[in-house]
Structure formats: C-alpha cells, structure tokens
Design a binder for this molecule. Sequence first.
Ligand code: HEM
Ligand SMILES: *[C@@H]1O[C@H](CO)[C@@H](O)[C@H](O)[C@H]1NC(C)=O
Ligand SMILES: *[C@@H]1O[C@H](CO)[C@@H](O)[C@H](O)[C@H]1NC(C)=O
Length: 340
Amino acid sequence: MAHKLFSYIAFITFFLVFFHFSTSVVSQYPYGGYSYGQLDYRFYDRSCPRLLNMVRYGVWAAYRNDTRIAASLLRLHFHDCFVNGCDGSVLLDDTEDMKGEKNALPNRNSVRGYEVIDNIKADVERFCPTTVSCVDILTLAAREAVAMAGGPSWPVLLGRRDGISASQQAANEQLPSPFEPLDNITAKFTAKGLDLKDVVVLSGAHTIGYAQCFTFKRRLFNFKGSGQPDPTLDASTLSNLQTMCPNADSSNTNLAPLDSASTYRFDNMYYTNLVNNVGLLESDQALARDPKTTPMVNSYSANSYLFWNDFGTSMAKLGNLGILTGNQGQIRNKCGAVNL
Ligand code: HEM
Ligand SMILES: *[C@@H]1O[C@H](CO)[C@@H](O)[C@H](O)[C@H]1NC(C)=O
Ligand SMILES: *[C@@H]1O[C@H](CO)[C@@H](O)[C@H](O)[C@H]1NC(C)=O
C-alpha cells in the first residue's frame, strides 16, 4: 500500500516537475514570451509535425552540394524581410503586371537560393498541403543554414503568411548599398524598426559567403577618384584582391570571399578582420572606423559568444518585421507565384 502510494506520488511529482520545466523553458524565450502577435513557436506542431525535419533536410542536401548556399539563404531571408517585411515577396517571379524584387539591382545575378526554398516547399506540400507559408520555410531555412555553417541557433516564431505582391522599386530604394555611408545604412535599418546595434550585429552575416568584385573594386585601383587604392587596405590584402579582381570590367563578376580568413565558417572573424583593416566592403570596414560602432566591433571580435547571442536576438527581430498573420495574405502553393 505504502509502495503504491509512493509510486503514485512519484508519478504526480514527475508531471508537476515536467510541466514546470517545460513551461519555464517556453517563458524563457527572450523574444517576447511564448507568442508574438499571432505567431507561435508551435504553430505547425499539429498541422505539419515534420516541417522542421523537411526544412533541415532540404538545407542540408543543398549545403552538401554547395557550401556557399548557407550564406545565400541567410541573405535571401534578409532581402525578403527588408522589403515589404518578411512575406516571401523576394521569392515572387515577375509577371505582366508586377515587376518583382528578383530583378531589382541588389538582387539580380546576385541573390541565390530560390530553388532550395522551392524544393523544400514542394516537399512540404506533399506532406502538409496548403499549410505552411513560403516565408516561414525561408525563415527556418536561414536559421538552419547558419547552424550548419557552425553558427548559433535561435528560436523562430511561426505563422507568417505569404504576401501577394512584390516591389522592384522598393527593393532598389530600401536595400542597403555597399557604397553608402554608415549613417545612410543605419537610417535604412531604423526605418524598418531595427537599430544601430542590429546594423553591426547583422553585418556579422558577412562572416560567410562571397561578393562580386564590382562591389568593392574602387577600393583597389581608384578610391574616391584619387587614382590610388584605398590607403587603409593593408598591402598584402590589396595585392590578393587585385589578383582576384584585375582592373578591367571583365572581372566585375569574379567572386571574393567576404571573410577570407574563414569563408564558410560562421564565426566572429568578420569583426577581427575589421579590427585588422581587412574588411572587404567599404560599408563593412566603416563599422570599425565610426566611433559609434568601434566599441561593438571590438567586443564582438573579442567575444564570439557575445556575437552569437546578439546575432540570434537580432535575427529574431529581423524575422518579425512587417509580417502578415491570421487571415492576411495567403499560403502560396508555389513560392514563385501568388495563388490564382
Ligand atoms: C549592412 C548593410 C549591408 C550591405 C551594404 C550588404 C551588402 C552586400 C553585398 C554588396 C554583398 C555581395 C553581393 C554580390 O556581390 O553579389 C553581400 C553579400 C552577403 N550579404 Fe550583405 N549587406 C548588408 C547586410 C547584410 C545582412 C543584414 C545580412 C544578413 C543578416 C547579409 C548577408 C549577406 C551574405 C550572407 C552575403 C553572401 C551571400 C552569398 O555568398 O551568396 N548582409 N552583402
Ligand atoms: C549544386 O550546386 C551548384 C552551384 O554550385 C548548382 O548550380 C547546382 O544546381 C546544384 N545542384 C543541385 C542538385 O542542387
Ligand atoms: C546618404 O543620404 C543622404 C540624405 O538622405 C543623401 O543625400 C545621400 O545621397 C546619401 N548618400 C549616398 C552615397 O547614398
């Protein structure tokens, strides 16, 4: 009898403790608790329980074939969220009445990874038809990509809906350019509800991936019309870059790693490069020069844990910009086109 009573109490205690911990884990999510508006960490738990596995598998298969895809998926998500909010608008093909974002200047012949999202979406449609938005797939894929490249992971709220339009003009006007000063870039971020810290932290994404020579070439041969290279670039970096990007238009689309110290590894070398004056884009190097951002660059260079932690926080913020929920927008059947 005593024995039975004991196991009964143990059983109840187990559940009390279990639920206590499971709820406290949920409430420990640092991004505004269990849900955000109508978003929810468990949005598809019932309607598409294997979603995360399918996204992971799709990203992994692409990554196994092409390691750079991790960088490309991360950038694709950024370019989606920065124009008309995170609504999958970047994935829409042009139509007769709509010039979309794919062909905007910062995206055309530059942004990659569309097929990876299309393939995952096709997989997801087979198991959970018309249930999961393209934008949620892209948001999860960006997180998985960073984790696969050795970076941090962060909780992603789900339940975003796909937009029904895209704007080439907005993409041209609103996405940051590597040729503009930090204050202009910061203004573009604050217009979206992000802040200066987010600029510095999210720029750390340039710890993976590549840039075409035309995005930084003026630093190599004719910096600001001086006829000379950017005097702040160190000599050996300059000569390496000049070899990769010879002084002719034919080299414009050659690729150089954004972080040559560890091109495929999501680490804090990006910041160390800036401290060492070997950042690739002018807009990157500017972060180490402006007194408003130098201290952050130094601390991320010194402390990768701090960078990882802050990167997760800023990515969660980015992923919640301008979202559609509830019965706004739609769940696209295919990511490249609005449903008829
Ligand atoms: C702060 C302002 C930013 C500017 C001016 C900028 C600019 C650029 C440029 C010019 C490229 C090279 C594109 C090409 O040559 O085709 C690039 C690549 C990249 N950007 Fe940014 N970027 C910024 C912020 C971000 C943010 C916030 C993220 C993500 C959170 C991001 C992620 C990436 C990644 C991962 C790549 C490499 C993509 C690949 O290899 O496919 N960037 N960026
Ligand atoms: C593999 O990666 C290359 C780019 O490096 C791409 O062109 C090709 O389509 C990819 N193949 C598959 C099966 O994903
Ligand atoms: C930066 O912003 C100012 C004010 O909006 C603008 O006049 C200037 O042309 C911008 N600079 C660049 C290089 O885009």
